[in-house]
Design a protein. Structure first.
Ligand SMILES: NC(=O)c1ccc[n+]([C@@H]2O[C@H](COP(=O)([O-])OP(=O)(O)OC[C@H]3O[C@@H](n4cnc5c(N)ncnc54)[C@H](OP(=O)(O)O)[C@@H]3O)[C@@H](O)[C@H]2O)c1
Length: 241
């Protein structure tokens, strides 16, 4: 059986657009999501396999890995994309929102990669979807930025430890991208529009869309990037120029 590429958080936004492109390119794709209805709808639209797995719950992540092992599914690509954004000023950030952010954005990719190791082929390319907020201060993003920075740090170490198994991991840092994440974060329509309008003043001249990231993800999964380890590719429309 041909190997698969698994995209966590493939039900919408960047993960969905990446899955769509990878399927167009002839890959067999599996998507995950935490919400069964959204997962089934997305998998049907893409014409691919979908597995419910909550990135913030290690039992659920281990169950995903067991299902793949039981079904003899091998992965030659993995996109660690599932993530949440819970905006809050530093002073207002609650312990609960901090814990949820780190559970999904940091612990999630850490234990997803660990649990899936027995399913990964040699070689296997892994992409971690981070954020430009790691490197650029945005108000309201303290725990979010910290969660992604912490994950980038474990990715660096994993690149060394997992290299003998043919596993390489690279990082995509998207800039502000119009996806369902803004609505899920409770950002008002007027604030969202103001943010998107601000993006029109950047070099790209418009807010990024999810499909703007699909080519980078495809490249980082492909043999064209075979010599890259912990490369950090920032796709931000010129935000930090
Ligand atoms: N949009 C931006 O401006 C932006 C900028 C920088 C970085 N990013 C990063 O890009 C990634 C994708 O975000 P997006 O903008 O495409 O947002 P999105 O449309 O909200 O997609 C997020 C995906 O993650 C999944 N997800 C969320 N919580 C999960 C959990 N606990 N377990 C499993 N899956 C979960 C969602 O699945 P469900 O449908 O099941 O909830 C969905 O498929 C995230 O890691 C985000 O931090 C986004």
């Amino acid at each position: 059986m041909n190997a698969y590429t698994l995209v966590t958080g493939g039900t919408s936004g960047i993960g969905f657009a990446a899955a769509e492109k990878l399927i167009e390119e002839g890959r067999q794709v599996i998507i995950t999501g935490q919400n069964r209805a959204r997962l089934e709808a997305a998998a049907e639209k893409l014409g691919c396999m979908g597995v419910v797995a909550n990135s913030g719950d290690t039992d659920s992540v281990r169950a995903l890995a067991k299902q793949l092992r039981d079904d003899n599914i091998r992965l030659n690509g993995l996109v660690l994309n599932a993530g949440v954004f819970i905006p809050a000023g530093f002073e207002e950030t609650t312990e609960a929102s901090y814990d949820e952010t780190f559970a999904v954005n940091t612990k999630g990719p850490f234990f997803t990669l660990q649990a899936l190791l027995p399913c990964l082929e040699n070689p296997c390319a892994v992409v971690f979807v981070s954020t430009i907020a790691v490197d650029k201060g945005f108000t309201g993003c303290a725990s979010y930025a910290a969660s992604k920075a912490a994950a980038e740090a474990f990715v660096r170490v994993a690149n060394i430890e997992l290299a003998p198994r043919g596993i390489r991991i690279n990082v995509l840092r998207p800039g502000v991208t119009a996806t369902p994440i803004q609505d899920k974060a409770g950002i008002s329509d007027s604030d969202k529009q103001a943010l998107f309008n601000h993006m029109e003043t950047m070099a790209l001249g418009r807010v990024l869309t999810a499909s703007d990231h699909a080519g980078t993800i495809s490249y980082l999964l492909s043999d064209a990037s075979i010599a890259m380890r912990h490369a950090v590719i920032q796709v931000d429309g010129g935000y930090v120029l």
